[in-house]
Design a protein around this ligand. Structure first.
Ligand code: ADP
Ligand code: MG
Length: 360
């Protein structure tokens, strides 16, 4: 068990790294953020920063030697980066869950291997294979790069009037060097939900309630906590999510994104072995936030309570939405979070607001 004063290394300096560092500081831990970017939201709130490439062996060795444990705030980290760190510091959650979560094909294969339902999918290696996959799955489908996608990047909707060559070209720039993509059946869902599971170093397991997620332009816009679904469905979603976290032996936080279909089927969409945007509401509405749980888990401390004292609606401030901070800060039951990003580009997550409501 790490004690206050120990140092937690965080790979990635985005808002998730920033909020993890803030939670760590409250418990008396020091943080060291490793980021490829010279300016980052995380770097503003941590005493130690390394700015280097993810394949800089020397910088990684120095970083690993200076911390007691390493965690990551994104799944878009090469496994070789973690391999370079592992001889010098433990990495939590481990490599296996990252290997699964950073590759959409491996992720779906894995989920099916542990009896978790997903959308239908096919591996796609080029325009001809895409044509065959579309004939198999039908014209309502989504083509995604296997790696490095986030916030809808590297995705294109397949429609009857788009031809495979065009569709492939649309993601080819973003496709990974292996040129692999996945075609998924379009799920005509009733709603999207997610569950954030936390698992301690001793295997203790807890989850926040299932929440409802509304996207705009494939980017999370609003999270409603808890989800407005039947208790039986919520329980099923939570059980599926806990099952995945246990099977993957996660130490830390695992977010499970799911679709609820019109016939109450639950299909898992994707996994994120890190704090998740749909868990930001826990900072203000729960006794222990997802970020504090991550710190507790990687430090080997007991988990905190995942109970909520309030219901909540979280809204992302994307691009120029950040200008609404004045309005938000004037509402007593709304909590404003600003990530400190210098430029408000369209589609960029600049902050979020959580409106607290009486618990039902
Ligand atoms: N197969 C699908 N059917 C219907 N909608 C989808 C499908 N895949 C993705 N989407 C929509 O796009 C959003 C982003 O896709 P996702 O696979 O979660 O990628 P990421 O979050 O990594 O960008 C989803 O939350 C959902 O709204
Ligand atoms: Mg997603």
């Amino acid at each position: 068990m790490l004690a206050p004063g120990a140092t937690i290394g965080i790979l990635g300096g985005g808002q998730l790294g920033r909020m993890t560092a803030q939670a760590a500081a409250r418990l008396g831990f020091t943080t060291h953020i490793y980021s490829t970017e010279p300016e980052s939201p995380g770097a503003q709130v941590t005493p130690y920063v390394t700015i280097a490439a993810l394949d800089d062996a020397e910088a990684l060795a120095r970083f690993a030697a200076s911390v007691d444990v390493v965690t990551y705030e994104t799944e878009n980290i090469p496994l070789s980066t973690l391999d370079a760190i592992l001889p010098l510091a433990p990495v939590r959650p481990g490599l296996e869950v990252l290997r699964v979560a950073q590759d959409r094909l491996r992720e779906k294969d894995y989920l099916r291997s542990i009896d978790v339902a997903t959308a239908q999918y096919r591996e796609v290696t080029g325009p001809e294979a895409l044509g065959r996959a579309i004939r198999d799955l039908g014209h309502r489908a989504v083509l995604k790069t296997v790696r490095m996608g986030y916030d809808g990047k590297g995705q294109v909707m397949i429609t009857p009037d788009i031809n495979p060559i065009q569709a492939w070209a649309a993601i080819a720039g973003a496709a990974d060097s292996a040129g692999l993509a996945i075609l998924e059946s379009f799920v005509d869902y009733r709603c999207e939900i997610s569950v954030v599971v936390v698992r301690g170093a001793n295997g203790s397991l807890a989850n926040y309630p299932a929440v409802e997620n509304q996207h705009a332009n494939h980017i999370l816009d609003t999270t409603i906590a808890p989800a407005r679904i039947a208790p039986e469905l919520a329980m099923r979603a939570e059980a599926i999510s806990r099952h995945i976290a246990e099977r993957l032996d996660v130490i830390g936080v695992l977010a499970v994104e799911m679709f609820v279909t019109h016939d109450d089927e639950i299909l898992v969409n994707e996994l994120a072995p890190r704090p998740h945007n749909s868990g930001h509401w826990t900072m203000d509405a729960c006794y222990t936030s997802q970020f504090e749980q991550l710190v507790r888990a990687v430090a080997g401390l007991p988990l905190g309570s995942t109970e909520r004292h309030s219901d909540a609606v979280m809204k992302n401030l994307i691009g120029n939405d950040i200008d609404r901070w004045r309005e938000a800060v004037g509402e007593p039951m709304t909590k404003l979070h600003v990530y400190g990003k210098l430029e408000a580009r369209p589609g960029r997550k600049m902050g979020h607001v959580t409106r607290l409501l009486p618990r039902h």
